[in-house]
Design a protein around this ligand. Structure first.
Ligand code: TRP
Length: 344
């Protein structure tokens, strides 16, 4: 397994060499929050100029958790697609598509499932963490499906957070096994770990919809203020006048993302006690609303034209299918199972 990773601020691939491919995936959890925006989307937007980009909305992965109630998926997919485009992903530059619309994902998943053992999957931390309450065959195979997502486009790089690194190693491992067992078809994909700002939720834990501690991208300006008012702050700073510790405060972490000069404007006055938490939060709300305004405006425009959004997904699907069909032909021919429809 390769443990090579790089960050986007390292030099880009030699422009004379072939343009590399990126596959990125996100579960359709519904309208996204600023953690998704700052942690993933903004980075994808920056990458779309330098790579062939495939942005996959992984509805089949979402089924591992939502299998009892799959009817929620359609609207969630739509909302995620709206956020992608509003955040600046350009359908001309990257294929934005729904995983289940490219059936080759499931075919490659099955072929890959022969190349990995159950104990290997059983030991992955992402599985171990949840297996108490989620131990289906489908959930055990989650990272194998992810490997298929990546390899189906012969991706070179996969932009992910640190928590997903093992899944990318696994994808490279399976790709290598395939190449050794049959014939070389796949690049060995690598994680593109990016320096992302730490975004914490209102309760000081990782921002997540499932913790309900998040700030939705599509929150109104008033709602944004309200959520920020509810934010956890340095517990040692109870009243204005008490000296604060910005480095321990999730509100300060957000100032680092949204304010121009937090180290000069916010930190000293927080430490000295001059700046109270409520004022600090209101300053942040102002900055945040200003930064998010263009994205929110684009978002509400797109929501008024749902057909345009579904069209973008259809164009993305067609582009993804082309590439996927091509790679799958190579896969079947390497495995010598390209007998379908042949007489001899
Ligand atoms: N497992 C990823 C997550 O939880 C989602 C995902 C599915 C993905 N397929 C992918 C990410 C392929 C990158 C590439 O965030």
């Amino acid at each position: 397994m390769s443990d090579k990773t790089e960050t986007t601020d390292q030099p880009l691939p030699d422009p004379k060499k072939r343009r590399q491919t990126i596959l990125s995936g996100m579960q359709p959890t519904g309208a996204l929050h600023i953690g998704n925006l700052e942690g993933a989307l903004k980075n994808w937007v920056a990458l779309q100029d330098q790579y062939w980009m495939y942005c996959c909305i992984v509805d089949l992965h979402a089924l591992t958790a939502d299998w009892k109630n799959p009817k929620v998926l359609k609207d969630r997919i739509f909302q995620v697609a709206v956020d992608f485009v509003a955040a600046g992903l350009d359908p001309e530059k990257c294929a934005i598509f729904i995983q289940s619309e490219v059936p080759e994902h499931t075919e490659l998943h099955l072929l890959f499932s022969m190349l990995i053992t159950v104990p290997t999957l059983d030991r992955l931390p992402t599985y171990m963490e949840k297996k108490e309450h989620l131990n289906s065959y489908g959930f055990l195979g989650y990272p194998v499906l992810q490997a298929a997502d990546i390899c189906l486009y012969n991706a070179d790089k996969v932009p992910v957070g640190k928590d997903q690194e093992k899944h990318i190693w696994l994808a490279a491992d399976i790709a290598g096994r395939f190449n050794n067992t049959y014939r070389k078809v796949f690049n060995l994909p690598e994680a593109l770990l990016t320096k992302i700002p730490l975004i914490l939720g209102s309760d000081n834990r990782k921002m997540s919809k499932s913790y309900n501690n998040h700030i939705p991208i599509d929150a109104t300006e008033k709602q944004t203020e309200k959520i920020l008012k509810s934010y956890y702050t340095d517990p040692e700073k109870i009243r204005q006048g008490d000296p604060g510790h910005p480095e321990k405060c999730p509100v300060y972490l957000l100032h680092l993302v949204y304010s121009e000069d937090p180290a000069g404007d916010i930190a000293p006055d927080c430490k000295s006690g001059k700046l109270g938490c409520v004022d600090c939060k209101m300053k942040l709300a102002g900055r945040m609303n200003e930064t998010l305004r263009p994205i929110r405006d684009r978002r509400s425009e797109l929501e008024k034209h749902p057909d345009e959004v579904w069209d973008i997904l259809a164009v993305g699907r067609d582009r993804a299918r082309q590439r996927a069909a091509n790679v799958m032909n190579k896969v079947r021919s390497a495995m010598k199972i390209d007998y379908r429809g042949k007489k001899k």
